[in-house]
Design a protein. Structure first.
Length: 133
């Protein structure tokens, strides 16, 4: 199987109502894509992040999405999209502190961006809502 075969199988399984099995195949699509290359081009990175987004949004599997976002960060740490997805995934799992740390890690290495600032403010607001009754 190549990565797009896993992807198409996952989509079929999702349409058939087998979300958990579809999520496994979609994660395998991302892992296979990442394993195919020593260094992802920006287009391949975008594909990996899009697969991660699908695992989170369509398949509702934040643990699998987290693994894929972390793999994308490993392969292209200078690009922000996977950090943003990972932070959102961690927030969904209730780990806002680690989500904020992910954004801080990016900022320390690559500097502040407008998008990073918006994500941080959103997480800080969510954190304050959790603390305040």
């Amino acid at each position: 199987f190549n990565w797009d075969s896993y992807y198409l199988t996952a989509e079929y399984l999702q349409r058939a109502g087998h979300l958990a099995l579809g999520a496994r195949f979609m994660e395998q699509a991302g892992q296979t894509l990442a394993a195919t290359y020593d260094h992802l081009t920006e287009a391949e990175y975008t594909d990996l992040v899009a697969i991660s987004d699908r695992v989170l949004d369509s398949y509702k599997d934040p643990k699998r999405a987290e693994r894929l976002y972390r793999r994308a960060i490993e392969m292209r740490p200078e690009l922000f999209d996977a950090y943003h997805g990972l932070a959102a995934t961690l927030q969904i799992q209730g780990d806002i502190e680690t989500a904020l740390q992910v954004l801080e890690d990016y900022e320390v290495r690559y500097g502040e961006t407008e998008r990073l600032g918006r994500a941080r403010r959103s997480l800080q607001q969510a954190q304050s809502r959790r603390v305040d009754p």
